[in-house]
Design a protein around this ligand. Structure first.
Ligand SMILES: Nc1ncnc2c1ncn2[C@@H]1O[C@H](COP(=O)(O)OP(=O)(O)OP(=O)(O)O)[C@@H](O)[C@H]1O
Ligand SMILES: C[C@@](O)(CCO)CC(=O)[O-]
Ligand SMILES: [Mg+2]
Length: 395
């Protein structure tokens, strides 16, 4: 395997979004949560200019929001001398002091007020880039198939794909540059990308549990409990209708609102988180493929539906539901289908379990009614691959 990337060669990374089947928010306090990767990806393309092109800028293009940024490398060097003097592949947290310096670089560009939440993503980019690559000139382009800020883990897919592209173009990752396929990383390399992505998520979420970046890096179906990870093997179809309420929300603000409620009612909220822990563990053992789990698919689906409803009740109790989410739940309930919010809530996306034997006409009818109410419905494959890297041609 070749170990040096040629200048002018493109490195692409892709990382999936996710759904949380059970346990969001409570997982931040150590309860179990179950999440699955979905087959909608965020893509990052990174190119160092070829030797023939003299370039002295670091450029970032965020296609989903139509924003472009560029900084002279000299400006980056004078603002962040400590970070760029010690580029390293070992994950470190962005200190408050460095965050302020990076913010000055971001504020040199005007971001429209309606897109101001993207600033956190730009801070993440500058932190990850300068920490791993120093002040090398490059062009980075980000695009996503995920709705942003909607509960499907767009921030984690952004952080994981950025970390993946940056590490794949460093010496920390050993991949076959001559291959044109999407390539997976070794377990050790995945762990490194996941740890960097977690540092990025900390900038966007404040206090993340790590479940979103972990499932985006590893793919498949996982349970996370107090930071401990279990892979779940399931042979259930687990088909979900995803409904985007189109109500935009911010995960950091929702995590903060749950923290405030917990400060006001510590014992009560601890009991709520404990109840969620039981729900997630029961859900994990229901969907898990094992010799002691011999329920028929229909029985497993009924259990999962009931557990989803119970989890939704507790999410409402945490204060993270929303009238638009309640409308989706009552609409699907008319068709005897069970739903819950997914991700941080407050709007965003809702999951509805579609039992294996449900007729297509019911799916069409419920979808039509939800869309007539202004929501957007879609399906996504569940439990697929995680972070992958691909090398493009020379410029
Ligand atoms: N493709 C992207 N381009 C630019 N910024 C992005 C992109 N994807 C995510 N982000 C950053 O992540 C933020 C959204 O993160 P947030 O955690 O609020 O939502 P989410 O991850 O989609 O939902 P959840 O955390 O509930 O799963 C955006 O405001 C932006 O800063
Ligand atoms: C709300 C939350 O539990 C899930 C967001 O997808 C936050 C986290 O776990 O980091
Ligand atoms: Mg997020």
């Amino acid at each position: 395997m070749s170990s040096m990337l040629t200048r002018g060669m493109e490195v692409k990374a892709r990382a999936p979004g996710k759904i949380i089947l059970s346990g969001e928010h409570a997982v931040v306090y150590g309860s179990a949560a179950v999440a699955a990767a979905i087959d909608l990806y965020t893509y990052v393309s990174l190119t160092f200019p070829p030797p023939s092109q003299s370039s002295d800028t670091l450029a970032l293009q965020l296609r989903d929001v139509g924003l472009e940024f560029s900084w002279p490398t000299k400006r980056i060097r004078e603002t962040l001398p400590k970070t760029i003097d010690n580029p390293s592949c070992s994950p470190t947290s962005c200190s408050g002091e460095t965050m302020k310096l990076i913010t000055t670089l971001v504020e040199e560009h005007s971001i429209p007020e309606s897109k101001i939440e993207i600033a956190a993503g730009v801070v993440v980019f500058l932190w990850l880039y300068t920490s791993i690559q120093g002040d090398k000139p490059a062009k980075v382009v980000v695009s996503s198939e995920l709705p942003l800020a909607s509960g499907l883990g767009s921030s984690a897919a952004y952080c994981v794909s950025l970390s993946g592209a940056l590490l794949a173009s460093s010496n920390a990752v050993n991949l076959d540059f001559s291959s044109e396929d999407w390539l997976s990383l070794s377990e050790k390399e995945e762990k490194l990308a996941n740890e960097w992505a977690f540092e990025g998520e900390k900038i966007i979420h404040g206090k993340p549990s790590g479940i979103d970046n972990t499932v985006s890096t590893m793919g498949n179906l996982i349970k996370l409990e107090s930071g401990a990870l279990t892979s779940i093997k399931s042979n259930m179809p687990l088909k979900m209708l995803i409904t985007d309420t189109k109500v935009s929300r911010n995960t950091k603000a929702l995590i903060n609102s749950v923290a405030e409620r917990r400060d006001r009612h510590p014992d009560t909220m601890t009991s709520v988180f404990t109840a969620v822990d039981y729900i997630s563990n029961e859900l994990a053992s229901t969907i898990q493929l094992s010799s002691s789990n011999d329920l028929a698919v229909v029985e497993k689906e009924e259990k999962v539906e009931e557990l989803m409803e119970m989890n939704q009740g507790l999410l409402q109790c945490m204060g993270v539901s929303h009238p638009s989410i309640e409308t989706v739940i009552s609409t699907t309930h008319k068709y005897k289908l069970s739903s819950k919010l997914t991700g941080a809530g407050g709007g965003g996306c809702v999951l509805t379990l579609l039992p294996a034997l449900l007729s297509a006409s019911v799916v069409d009818a419920v979808t039509a009614e939800l869309e007539q109410r202004g929501f957007r419905c879609f399906h996504a494959g569940i439990g697929g691959g995680g972070l992958e890297i691909r090398f493009g041609g020379r410029l």
